[in-house]
Design a protein around this ligand. Structure first.
Ligand code: A3P
Length: 340
């Protein structure tokens, strides 16, 4: 448990939170007494209502819950980190703006801007500014496309009350933990000058559910259940399935977002055009994604592209580790109808 003085020195975002006059004292007290442990990238993460959030994003989540007003036409891309957020952002952007920006256009925004910047993250956006971010401005006033890593239960109330749509993407937990570990180590070095987090340590935390926005099973199940109960609200996707049948799932996304491909578009190969533009090979070879920096963390955009393969866990996990994660998945998802 953290004491206020501890927080003042070690954690400027928690300090900011405690200073924020619009939060009731009761809420501040409850945050101070949250369980906490060392974060993967940040000094601390807090267990807030069952989920582990880095201090900065806990602050962003609370502000977002307080101030964000969802609109019926909003589209929110929801993922756990390293489940293919960048890919899904690119696909959703290209899909929903294809009338304004035909994918064959030499000036398509995805050619010069990172998908991470084209679809800003809600809790990140709120974490660093007091006034509500202007999500419309990001996309030239076309529509509000946003993303989040927050679990369903921590989304602002207005998201549930409005007709806005959520697209959730999950990924096999074994590939995710490997991807996460690589990413965090690069971020630790680039942003904080820290050494590597040993893989066994990361794996142990992940299995306990103590990874950013984790436990992964509760995160996934929240959206999974909602997608079954409310299929017009939540579209549930799997990274491996998109890899396997990209056209099928892009058409599913288009139908869900009420912008299905017309016959003419089908004939002109727009589906294939979007998939090519958003492919790992295409995006990772663009100058902006090779040498550019992200607007939020200031990290190299290339950290979001490693190899984009299914099954890379085989190069990192021992048989024992793989079995352990499989068992966790089997136990946690038993009876839910969910399978990787
Ligand atoms: P690997 O580390 O396994 O290569 P996120 O975008 O949520 O941070 O996830 C990053 C993971 O998605 C990385 O996985 C990255 O290589 C992969 N990725 C990025 N762009 C992709 C794309 N266009 N298609 C498929 N995978 C992609």
């Amino acid at each position: 448990m953290a004491s206020p003085s501890d927080l003042n020195t070690s954690n400027s975002f928690m300090h900011q939170f405690l200073q924020e006059s619009s939060y009731p004292e009761e809420l501040k007290q409850s945050i101070i007494s949250l369980p906490r442990e060392e974060g993967w990238l940040y000094p601390h993460m807090y267990n807030y209502k069952g989920f582990w959030l880095d201090s900065e994003f806990l602050h962003g989540a609370l502000r977002c819950q307080k101030h964000f007003q969802a609109q019926h036409s909003d589209i929110i891309v929801c993922t756990l980190p390293k489940c293919g957020t960048t890919w899904l952002k690119a696909l959703v952007f290209a899909l929903t703006t294809r009338k304004q920006f035909p994918v064959s256009q030499q000036t398509h925004p995805l050619l010069t801007t990172s998908p991470q910047d084209l679809i800003p993250n809600l809790e990140f956006s709120y974490a660093r500014q007091n006034s509500p971010p202007d999500f419309l401005a990001v996309n030239n006033g076309l529509m509000r496309l946003m993303s989040t890593h927050l679990p369903l239960s921590l989304l602002p109330k207005s998201v549930g009350e409005s007709k806005c749509k959520l697209i959730y993407l999950c990924r096999n937990q074994k590939d995710t933990v490997v991807s996460f570990w690589h990413f965090v180590n690069k971020m630790r070095a680039e942003l904080r000058g820290l050494g590597e987090m040993p893989f066994p340590e990361a794996f142990e935390k992940y299995c306990r559910g103590a990874s950013p926005y984790g436990p992964f099973w509760d995160h996934l199940l929240g959206y999974w259940k909602e997608s079954l109960e409310n299929p017009r609200k939540v579209l549930f996707l799997k990274y491996e399935e998109i890899k396997e049948e990209p056209e099928v799932h892009l058409r599913r996304m288009a139908a869900f977002l009420e912008c299905p491909f017309s016959e003419e578009e089908e004939e002109c190969g727009v589906v294939g055009g979007i998939l090519r533009l958003c492919s790992f090979e295409s995006l990772s070879n663009l100058e902006v994604n090779k040498t550019g920096k992200g607007s939020y963390f200031g990290n190299s955009n290339n950290l979001f592209f490693r190899n984009g393969k299914v099954g890379d866990w085989r190069n990192h996990l021992t048989d024992e580790m793989a079995t352990r994660l499989d068992q966790i998945v089997e136990q946690k998802f038993k009876g839910t109808g969910f399978k990787f």
